[in-house]
Design a protein around this ligand. Structure first.
Ligand code: HEC
Ligand code: HEC
Length: 462
C-alpha cells in the first residue's frame, strides 16, 4: 500500500518534474535570468565596465530597459544580438573590449565587473535565443530603442585615451615652462647644464619637505600626471582651489599659479605666504601670460575635459576641433603699431601656398597666440593644426613639423576683447588686421632660430 501510494505519487509528479528539471538546466526562462542577473546591473549605482575606456556618454545601462522583453527586442533591432550564434553577439564584444586594453592596470581594476557582465549577458542572450516566440516578436520603432543618447562621435570624444592624448598635446607639452621647479623627471644629474636646476630642486626639497609631492606636478608620463591632477583636484580643501577646476576651468590652480605674481614682501624682505585662493600668488612668479599660447591650450583642455566628464556634449557640433599639435617652432611679430595696447592678444596664422590651385590655402596650417609686449613684440611657439581631420593639403603632422614656405601670415588683433569671454576661440574676420608673406626654407626649433616678421610689412585689411 505504502509502495503503491509512493509509486502513484511518483508517476503523478514525474512528467511535470522531469519537465521542470530539463527546462531548468538547459534553457532557463529568459525572464528569470534577466531579473536575477541583468536587472541588478541596470539598477546599480556603480558605473559599468565601459568606464574603463569611456569617461562619459555611454554605459551598459543605456542598453537596458526594466522589461526583459523590450531589452531583448531593442538589442536585437540594433544588431547587437546574433540570433544564429548568440556567443558572437556584438553586445558581448562591446563588454569584452576591456580585455584588449593596453593599460594593464585599468584592465585589472575592471576585470571582475566585466566578467560578471559578460557572463550575465551571455546566459541571458542564450536563453532568449532559445525562445522562438520571443525571437519572432515584431520590430520596435527607432524611438523605442534603448541606447546612449549621445551620437557615436560624442561617445568617441569621451574616451579616456582621447582625453589623455589631448592632455599630452595641450598641457604636458608645455611643461618646460615650469622647469625645473615642477618637472623633477626632466632633470638630468649627468648634464652639466642642469647644475642650476639641480640646486633649485634641492632648495625646494629642503624648504617644502613633505609638501614636495604637491610641487612635483609633472610626473613621469602624461598618464601619471593626469592621474595625479585628477586625484589631487578631488581632494581639495577650502584653503586651495583645485588644480583642475571642473566648475570654472579658468579658475584652475594650474592656470592661476603660473599667471600670478610673487606674494608680497614683508618689511624684513621675506615673502608672505603664497595664496592658493583668489587672489592667487605664486612663489615661482609669473611664468605664463593670460592669453599666451600655453594659457590658451591649458584653458582649452580643462574646459573640454570638464564638459566631457560633466556630460555636457550632446551633439557633434558642440565638440571642439581638438587638433592642436605643439611644436618648438617660434614665430615672432616685431615693431607692432603704436596704437596696439600692451597686453592685447594677437593671433598669428600661417597659411600654406597651394601649388595646384595657385593660391593660399583657406585653412591655416599653424597658429600661435601672444600678447603685445611693452617692446612691441608678439611671439609664441606654433601649434600645428590638422590633427585628426582632413583639411586642405596640410602635410603637417607630429613627425615632420612644418613644411618649407612660402606662407601667408595672417594677423588678428583682439581689439574687442573677445578672448576674455572665451580664451579658447580663434578670432574671426572682424578681428583681421593684415597679412604678410614669410618664405622659409627650413624651420628650426628654439627661440634663437625663431622666424621674425615685421608689422611694418603688413598689408592691411583683406
Ligand atoms: C578597452 C577600451 C574600451 C572599453 C572597455 C569599451 N570601449 Fe567602447 N570604444 C572603444 C574605442 C577605442 C572606441 C572608438 C572606436 C573607433 O574610434 O572606431 C569605442 C567606441 C564605442 C562606441 C561608439 C561607436 C563606435 O563603434 O565607435 C560605443 C557605442 C561604445 N564604444 C560602447 C561601449 C560600451 C557599451 C562599452 C561597455 C560595455 C564599451 N564601449 C567598452 C574602447 C572601449
Ligand atoms: C622657479 C620655480 C617655479 C617655476 C618655474 C614654476 N613654479 Fe609653480 N610653484 C613654485 C613654488 C616654489 C610653489 C610653492 C609655493 C606656491 O604655492 O606658490 C609653486 C606652486 C605652484 C602650484 C601650486 C601647487 C599646489 O598644489 O599647491 C601650481 C599649480 C603651480 N606652481 C603651477 C606652475 C606651473 C603650471 C608652472 C609653469 C607654467 C609653474 N608653476 C612654474 C615654483 C615654480
Amino acid at each position: 500500500m505504502q509502495t503503491a501510494r509512493m509509486l502513484s505519487l511518483l508517476f503523478f509528479f514525474l512528467p511535470t518534474l522531469s519537465g521542470t528539471i530539463s527546462c531548468g538546466e538547459e534553457s532557463p526562462a529568459p525572464e528569470d535570468v534577466f531579473n536575477q542577473r541583468i536587472l541588478p546591473i541596470f539598477r546599480s549605482a556603480e558605473p559599468s565596465s565601459c568606464v574603463q575606456c569611456h569617461l562619459a556618454s555611454v554605459d551598459l545601462k543605456n542598453y537596458i530597459f526594466p522589461s526583459h522583453e523590450k531589452t531583448f527586442l531593442s538589442l536585437r533591432d540594433q544588431g547587437l544580438i546574433d540570433l544564429k550564434a548568440p556567443a558572437n553577439s556584438k553586445i558581448l564584444k562591446l563588454i569584452q573590449m576591456g580585455n584588449k586594453d593596453l593599460d594593464e592596470g585599468a584592465k585589472l581594476i575592471h576585470e571582475k565587473m566585466r566578467r560578471m557582465e559578460a557572463k550575465a549577458f551571455a546566459a541571458w542572450i542564450e536563453a532568449c535565443c532559445d525562445d522562438v516566440a520571443l525571437r519572432n516578436l515584431p520590430k520596435l520603432s527607432t524611438e523605442e530603442l534603448a541606447k546612449p543618447s549621445a551620437p557615436d562621435a560624442v561617445i568617441r570624444h569621451a574616451r579616456k585615451s582621447r582625453i589623455v592624448d589631448s592632455f599630452a598635446r595641450n598641457i604636458w607639452s608645455q611643461r618646460m615652462r615650469c622647469f625645473p621647479c615642477h618637472t623633477p623627471h626632466e632633470i638630468d644629474p649627468e648634464n652639466p647644464r642642469h647644475a642650476v636646476a639641480i640646486k633649485k630642486q634641492k632648495e625646494l626639497k629642503e624648504k617644502y619637505g613633505d609638501q614636495m609631492q604637491r610641487l612635483n606636478i609633472f610626473r613621469k608620463t602624461p598618464e601619471e600626471t593626469l592621474d595625479f591632477l585628477i586625484t589631487s583636484s578631488s581632494q581639495t580643501n577650502s584653503g586651495s582651489l583645485p588644480l583642475l577646476n571642473l566648475k570654472d576651468p579658468r579658475n584652475s590652480l594650474i592656470i592661476l599659479k603660473p599667471t600670478a605674481k610673487l606674494p608680497h614682501k614683508k618689511p624684513d624682505g621675506t615673502f608672505t605666504d603664497p595664496s592658493s585662493v583668489v587672489p592667487v600668488s605664486h612663489m615661482g612668479g609669473l611664468k605664463m601670460h593670460p592669453n599666451d599660447q600655453s594659457y590658451k591650450s591649458f584653458v582649452a583642455w580643462i574646459s573640454d575635459y570638464a564638459k566631457t566628464v560633466n556630460g555636457d556634449y550632446q551633439t557633434v557640433n558642440e565638440l571642439p576641433a581638438d587638433n592642436w599639435i605643439p611644436s618648438k617652432l617660434i614665430l615672432k611679430l616685431k615693431e607692432t603699431p603704436k596704437e596696439w595696447k600692451v597686453g592685447t592678444p594677437v593671433q598669428l596664422l600661417l597659411h600654406q601656398w597651394n601649388k595646384d590651385q595657385k593660391r593660399w590655402n583657406e585653412s591655416a596650417t599653424a597658429f600661435t597666440q601672444g600678447t603685445v609686449t611693452p617692446r612691441g613684440i608678439v611671439n609664441g611657439a606654433l601649434f600645428i593644426l590638422g590633427h585628426g581631420r582632413s583639411s586642405e593639403t596640410t602635410s603637417a603632422n607630429k613627425e615632420d613639423g612644418l613644411p618649407s614656405g612660402p606662407f601667408l601670415v595672417q594677423v588678428y588683433l583682439d581689439k574687442k576683447n573677445r578672448l576674455e569671454a572665451d580664451p579658447t576661440i580663434m578670432l574671426g574676420d572682424d578681428d583681421f588686421y593684415g597679412s604678410t608673406e614669410l618664405d622659409t626654407k627650413r624651420w628650426r626649433e628654439g627661440f634663437k632660430t625663431g622666424k621674425i616678421i615685421s608689422a611694418k610689412k603688413l598689408q592691411l585689411g583683406r
